[in-house]
Design a protein around this ligand. Structure first.
Ligand code: PXP
Length: 405
């Protein structure tokens, strides 16, 4: 049996016949691309007033939204033939298409596809991989179904509307700092790395400083052997460290500037007049199968120079944001990070961020959609002293997760 699409146009809504038939044909094609057969879908094109009413009745919120989906199948039992209802507010769709500078028909289509995936039980508000899967399907379908005019902009928009929460790489340097305070053998950053993983860390970061004030080669070697996630080695550009990295082969090296007297990394690398030097290091590490990240201040120029070095990742320095003394300063620094992240992603770079982030200030940066990973150390290790490493990591992950859900 063939699929069936029913479209209802709300009385006070006017929409050209051509657009309605584009949506209908696209929904048929989408079902077929998704290998769905013998199902029915009902699409209602309505007003802000009606969608607000539905929002109030079913979701307890009294404002209009762009799309609602009411799946009949909630993942339990066999799929019924009627998949459910997609409700779109044409009023909101028009306003948003204008606001985002998108082609209206294509934007309406993206809302239909979004709703359809919900009817098939795809989710972007729960879990870690479900949002990724939903977005992947949305992009695949839109690539095939969107009209040529404005397609690129629509795909970029959907890509930017990241659903995935960022990952968390935990830096355990300061466990070694406590150990070195007594030149003892405990606490061991090796144990901390394992506990951080149990708490949900997506990677372990170690900064092997030139003066070896906390992390030592021994820590890096053992942690590389035993962790199940990825090892990220932070280091300055130094011949011996490059040799060591090539021997250990961490997943990633983050290149940072280092000043012997500094308490902690003070800022991003200055790439000006250094592009060729950094490019050589990137190439050398890449040839050993190591990805390279550059720690940079949130500046357009830095992102552009990073691209020239061939590095795969940029880590945006969040230290100035973290240290801002008042809300105004904080806002200003946050928007610098946002802009730099957007520029870097547009250049095709993977965007990470870190330094000075803690349980109070992580929220706004964790909401920036381009940032894929945070590198956090001091605040997590400090909290771990009070509540344990596993819990401290779990709590930070929860905040990161919440920022985009
Ligand atoms: N990212 C980089 C490049 C760093 O050098 C550091 C500090 O080692 C961090 C992130 C983590 O900073 P914090 O310890 O303040 O969380």
């Amino acid at each position: 049996m063939k699929n069936k699409i029913f479209i209802k146009l709300w009385e006070n809504i006017s929409l050209e016949e051509e657009i309605i038939s584009f949506l209908k044909i696209s929904l048929y094609k989408a079902l077929s691309l998704l290998k769905v057969i013998s199902k029915e879908v009902c699409l209602t094109l309505t007003s802000d007033e009606y969608i607000s009413k539905l929002n109030r009745i079913y979701l307890g919120r009294s404002y209009p939204t762009n799309v609602l989906a009411f799946p009949l199948n909630k993942g339990k039992g066999p799929m019924t033939s009627h998949l459910g209802d997609i409700i779109i507010s044409v009023d909101t769709a028009k306003k948003e298409a204008n606001l985002y500078n998108l082609d209206f028909e294509n934007y309406l289509l993206s809302l239909c596809i979004h709703g359809l995936l919900h009817l098939l039980n795809y989710e972007h508000e729960k879990g870690v991989y479900a949002p990724w899967l939903m977005q992947k399907n949305e992009l695949n379908l839109l690539k095939k179904l969107a009209k040529k005019k404005g397609k690129k902009e629509l795909l970029n928009f959907v890509k930017r509307r990241e659903y995935m929460p960022a990952k968390l790489a935990v830096n355990v340097d300061h466990v070694a700092t406590v150990r070195e305070a007594r030149k003892s053998y405990y606490p061991d950053p090796v144990h901390a790395a394992v506990l951080a993983e149990l708490g949900g860390a997506d990677g372990i970061v170690l900064h092997l400083r030139l003066d070896r004030r906390h992390i030592k080669e021994r820590d890096v070697r053992i942690i590389k052997e035993i962790i199940k996630t990825k090892l990220i080695l932070e280091m300055a550009i130094d011949e011996n460290l490059i040799k060591f990295a090539k021997e250990i082969k961490p997943y990633q090296v983050t290149l940072v500037p280092e000043r012997p007297e500094e308490i902690t990394t003070e800022g991003g690398m200055n790439l000006e007049e250094k592009v060729e030097e950094v490019k050589k290091v990137v190439k050398e590490l890449n040839q050993s199968g190591i990805k390279v990240s550059l720690f940079l201040n949130p500046e357009e120029k830095a992102m552009k120079l990073a691209k020239k070095t061939g590095a795969q990742i940029v880590e945006i320095h969040t230290g100035i944001y973290a240290e801002a003394l008042n809300e105004e300063e904080k806002e200003k620094e946050l928007s610098k990070i946002e802009i730099a992240a957007r520029i870097a992603k547009d250049l095709g770079l993977i965007v990470h961020a870190g330094h000075g982030l803690n349980y109070e200030n992580i929220g706004p940066v964790a909401a920036i959609p381009e940032i894929e990973e945070f590198s956090i150390g001091h605040s997590i290790v400090s909290r771990a002293i009070m509540v344990g490493m596993e819990k401290a990591v779990k709590e930070m992950k929860e905040l990161i997760l919440r920022a985009r859900s």
